[in-house]
Design a protein around this ligand. Structure first.
Ligand code: FE2
Length: 182
């Protein structure tokens, strides 16, 4: 990476370093989403045993990161400025939605002969994918609640995680094998 993209990336990194609460929330997203995907992959009977074992091992490794992020979030939140809090409450859910959507690259669909971006867009709104997004992001809302960052959950987070104003799951998601849904 060089030129303008490098400048933008380094500005973003610098901004995140100075916004530790926002950074921690994004870390949580980057940990919770793969944790759920790997949980599902490792427990699915059709998963190759080696892949299942690697996923289990990786989840165990990553558990420390999840626990660390949850532990430090209250302190980070206490010290966050009004601008940083606004970014956590209003902007972060938009970014996390994009992050979730990009966990499956359009090239995956192309590799099985489907149109990449067209399929990617269609899959984003399937009930199973929405239920998966809700299940993957609800723990982040719970961490925000535990940190005292939200009492009334903002709209972006409610939509992202399928929760109500209090942060409780809104019933109606399709059932996903291996996940307890609302
Ligand atoms: Fe990690």
């Amino acid at each position: 990476m060089h030129g303008v993209p490098l400048k933008i990336a380094s500005l973003q990194i610098r901004s995140l370093i100075h916004n530790p609460a926002l950074f921690t929330v994004l870390v949580l997203a980057g940990e919770e989403i793969p944790d759920l995907l790997q949980h599902l992959a490792s427990e699915h009977p059709d998963t190759d045993p080696l892949i299942a074992a690697v996923n289990r091992y990786h989840r165990a490794e990553e558990a420390r990161h999840l626990s660390f992020a949850r532990t430090v979030l209250p302190e980070m939140w206490d010290e966050a400025s009004a601008v940083e809090r606004f970014r956590v409450l209003r902007v972060a859910p938009i970014g996390i939605r994009g992050l979730f959507d990009l966990f499956v690259h359009p090239g995956v669909y192309e590799s099985i002969g489907l149109p990449g971006w067209k399929t990617w867009r269609a899959v984003r709104s399937l009930p199973t994918r929405v239920a998966l997004r809700h299940a993957a992001t609800r723990p982040i809302v719970a961490a925000l609640r535990d940190a005292g960052a939200v009492t009334t959950v903002p709209k972006g987070w409610r939509d992202l995680a399928g929760v109500d104003h209090a942060g409780n799951p809104v019933p109606g998601d399709v059932r996903l094998p291996g996940i307890a849904t609302a």
